[in-house]
Design a protein. Sequence first.
Length: 392
Amino acid sequence: MAGSRPGVPGVLGASDSANVPGAAPPEWRPVFARVPRASFIPAVIWDDDRRVVRRDREPDRWAALVRRDAPVITQLDDGDASGRGYVSSSASMPTVVAMMLAELDVADGMRVLEIGTGTGWNTALLAARLGSENVTSVEIDPALAAAARRSLADAGFRPTVATADGMAGWPENAPYDRVIATAAVQRVPYAWVAQTRPGGLVLTPWGTAFHNGTLLRLRVHGDGTGSGRFGADVGFMWTRSERTPHGSVEERVLPEHDSDASTTELHPYEPVGDFDASFAIGLRVPAMLSTVVHDGPAADNRFTVYLMDPATGSWASWRVTPETHGSYQVRQHGRRRLFAELAAAWRWWEGAGRPGVDRFGLTVTRDGQYTWLDHPETPIGPPTDERPHPPR
């Protein structure tokens, strides 16, 4: 396996065992020890408040952010310096990286396609384990791809790093034994399945506009389909083509909007805050975003949940205060009655026995994808022309 360059000054060196996440399985621990994350983090990053941190000016603060078991923001606004402050690239938290590599279940000699090179750290870990010749990574952002190639070369790795839209995979080096995505999708591209050998795996963060997200593990079958279940709780940025639209409540909920008022006994705690419930609701109610706005400190228990569909301009507000315990005001605007859709999805989830995320799965075919509960023969979700019929 290829070696790695020494750690950046002020950061743990390549041979230090503290580089190894606790979630790393035994076969990956030597790889993490030799491929330190710090060697792939750019000199300019941002903290949790979007404040820029430069390694040459604040080396200790830079090192402290890199040492954490947390994501490191490495790009804002797709690098266009617009000042909007939207995170567009980051280095994933080490325990999540270790968990996903364990789920990938690789073996010597396997060929892997990675979607989303980012900093190149995950690419380097794969190359150190499997050999550079067996790793292909695709990055849509030219600047990120170029920086990752430099970091990989400095560390002694030479995987294929292609600058392209990873939603199309990379057919030049197919077929692959494994495909791993480091950005979330709402619709799994069939190209990822088509470029994977029968028996191979596709591993990707997956979510809906309402719930981002969970980890999807698809097994590819000899008939050209892929099928598998959802599992771990992981939240990743979307691939660029799958992003939900940016925008604030103030931009979408306007004073001049007409709205209908009603009340509900349903509290947002489970439909919005429960992992399993919100996942199921997201499957049943497409293109619905949610935002919680507190009046003041969260402990005051005064807040409004906003449900929004940017495409239609529809929205609903769901007001909670201590004085309205047990009866909460709802307002709805637009052609979609988003709260009514959410409430119906909640009742469906309750009626199904409150299934956990791991009881849901997804099947991908040449014609599209569909979600299911317990078995591929029991599809769920709203009707859609894009959803293929399950096997009979």
